[in-house]
Design a protein around this ligand. Structure first.
Ligand SMILES: [Zn+2]
Length: 344
């Protein structure tokens, strides 16, 4: 089969690799119907050291179940399913608590022995706990929005929950990538009164306004902090969704949070210690977040997609075939594409 392998920064290839096969009886193999390139794939695209054998890429997919392991109970050949970016057993204490990304037996796609989803097919471990069956057909118009439940929409929702977004509150969303934009949708959905998006890209902040952002701050650093304070009567926001992961963005997050407020961080941190931790301490700012348990949020968010109340699929601005994936990485890295969908 064909699959995407990254060998080092800037070196992504689509190659013929051994077919995905059942390894454990709890596995299924899905034929990938849609996959995506994720903002988090751009970190290794920028800084991956030379990796002998390469790293399989892709952790977001909708697919059709093709082969079913002998212990799988909930799925059969032909089911259309969402694959969250992490696999999980659905039975351990953490899964029962709704934190599937801490599953005692879980892990992530594209790491270790588990392949990536930017491929014709992928092996899904612990299929009964991991996958979610879709109530629509493979060519449904809602598929792009449903595909965001495998990562970006669930991740934006997680940031909003950790940041304690509530009805009537003021919110800042840092980052105008797909997760930030889904964070705007999530904040709106939870009833926030004011939603300030921090981002510099005009097309993306325009989409953020469509999704419910009330204000746009294009500045960065100190100037951004000043703008947010000005927009909130000097106090800052109750909730910050930190959707970038850089030291600068985290510092901004702390400095725009109102005393007693909370930060939900979902950008993979590229800093060693939390910036501005003294400021955070003296303002009683809570800093939380991590890999979103998107499996837990599919049930919460899917009804809103099926009813058309939210349209996170609008973050996709480009669709490519598998052979165009290397060009897709280039385009996303150059910020010529917000989020790229792959149809293998
Ligand atoms: Zn578990």
């Amino acid at each position: 089969m064909r699959a995407t392998i990254m060998y080092q920064a800037g070196d992504v290839r689509v190659e013929t690799v051994p077919d995905a096969t059942i390894v454990e009886p709890t596995d299924v193999i899905i034929r990938v119907s849609r996959a995506c390139i994720c903002g988090s794939d751009l970190w290794p695209y920028k800084d991956l050291e030379p990796t002998p054998g390469g790293r399989p890429m892709g952790h977001e997919a909708i697919g059709v179940v093709e082969t079913v392991g002998s212990h799988v109970r909930r799925f059969e050949r032909g089911d259309l399913v969402i694959m969250p970016f992490a696999f999980s057993d659905g039975t351990c204490d953490f899964c029962h608590e709704g934190l599937q990304t801490a599953c005692s037996h879980g892990g992530y796609f594209g790491i270790g022995m588990v392949g990536g989803a930017q491929a014709e097919a992928v092996r899904v471990p612990l299929a009964d706990g991991t996958l979610y069956k879709l109530p629509v057909k493979e060519d449904d118009a809602l598929i792009p929005s449903l595909l965001t439940l495998s990562d970006v929409m669930g991740t934006g929702h997680h940031a909003a929950l950790v940041a304690r977004v509530q009805r009537g509150k003021k919110v800042a969303v840092i980052g105008d990538g797909a997760v930030g934009l889904c964070g705007v949708i999530a904040a709106r959905r939870l009833g926030a009164d004011q939603i300030i998006i921090l981002g510099a890209h005009p097309d993306r902040t325009a989409l953020a306004r469509d999704f419910g952002a009330t204000d746009v701050v294009r500045e960065r650093g100190e100037a951004a902090v000043e703008q947010v304070r000005k927009l909130t009567g000097g106090t800052g926001v109750h909730s910050v969704l930190e959707c970038v992961g850089s030291e600068d963005s985290m510092r901004t997050a702390v400095l725009v949070t109102r005393a007693g407020g909370a930060i939900g961080r979902v950008g993979v941190p590229h800093y060693a210690g939390t910036p501005a931790s003294r400021e955070a301490f003296y303002a009683n700012v809570s800093v939380g977040g991590g890999p979103a348990p998107v499996r837990a949020y599919i049930e919460t968010l899917m009804p809103d997609i099926l009813d058309g109340r939210i349209q996170p699929g609008r973050v996709f601005d480009r669709t490519i075939g598998l052979d165009e994936v290397p060009a897709g990485y280039q385009a996303m890295n150059a910020r010529q594409s917000l989020k790229t969908m792959i149809r293998p």
